[in-house]
Design a protein around this ligand. Structure first.
Ligand SMILES: NC(=O)c1ccc[n+]([C@@H]2O[C@H](COP(=O)([O-])OP(=O)(O)OC[C@H]3O[C@@H](n4cnc5c(N)ncnc54)[C@H](OP(=O)(O)O)[C@@H]3O)[C@@H](O)[C@H]2O)c1
Length: 217
């Protein structure tokens, strides 16, 4: 199965690209700029090689990556993810699309969940990509620790969406060492999951904690 990590050059894209490659998926690093995607793909291959993996990581601009993939992860900042989805909706038709997007605003020293009128980022993306199967996941993964290939963790990943897409995305999540996918309901439940991220950040800032995630016990 081919997974395109659109914006795979950024914070959360690092861990997603390398860890999904290790899990056995054909990964395509997507970017607005093909040369940047190439540079990052080579960088990820070099890190994997130092760990004993000979994996090849593909690269392409976001449009080509969307054409080639079975599943696309929109690893793009929330303020740009909707316009990116709009610009790729023809090539994402029929594909499974995963949103990790968390719409937040900061007031003083505190982060708040700031969803669009559709209810959540994932629902807004689904309203744009109405011919794709949209699911949401990875909102509570701390990118820096996830990118550290020496890091050991045990985190839960709530996954939202309709059954068929959700099943595929849960399998993808479970393929990554240290992650456990949990069914969090339909896409409309994504608002509950997305809103946890600002809570994690607020606690982390005040308690001087780093790389907070979630675990259901
Ligand atoms: N960071 C975290 O810890 C974390 C955790 C969970 C979920 N998330 C969510 O994951 C998503 C990505 O977060 P991130 O921190 O990885 O983002 P990021 O590093 O700031 O950006 C990711 C990539 O998005 C692309 N990008 C930047 N501006 C763009 C624009 N105007 N149009 C299209 N693409 C653009 C860039 O790729 P190119 O320049 O190569 O095109 C960039 O490398 C967000 O929705 C966020 O809410 C983040």
């Amino acid at each position: 199965m081919k997974i395109a990590v659109l914006g795979g050059t950024g914070n959360i894209g690092v861990g997603l690209s390398m860890r999904l490659s290790i899990a056995g998926y054909d990964v395509i690093v997507g970017s607005r700029n093909k040369e940047k995607a190439k540079e990052k793909a080579r960088e990820y291959e070099t890190i994997l090689k130092s760990m004993g993996y000979e994996n090849e990581i593909e690269y392409a601009d976001n449009r080509r990556a969307s054409e080639l993939c079975d599943v696309a992860i929109l690893a793009i900042p929330c303020e740009h993810v909707f316009s990116t989805a709009e610009s790729l909706k023809d090539v994402l038709e029929g594909k499974i699309v995963v949103s990790p997007a968390v719409p937040m605003k900061k007031e003083g020293k505190t982060f708040y969940y700031s969803p669009p009128p559709e209810g959540s980022a994932a629902e807004k993306i689904a309203s744009i990509l109405h011919n794709s199967q949209v699911a949401s996941a990875f909102h509570t993964i701390p990118a820096k620790k996830f990118a550290d290939m020496k890091a050991v963790f045990s985190w839960d990943v709530p996954v939202c969406g309709e059954k068929s897409a959700k099943e595929v995305v849960m399998e993808i999540v479970n393929s990554i060492d240290g992650l456990r996918a949990l069914d969090a309901g339909p896409l409309s439940s994504s608002r509950l999951v997305e809103s946890v991220t600002p809570l994690l950040i607020n606690v982390a800032i005040r308690a001087g904690m780093r790389d907070l995630s979630i675990k259901f016990v």
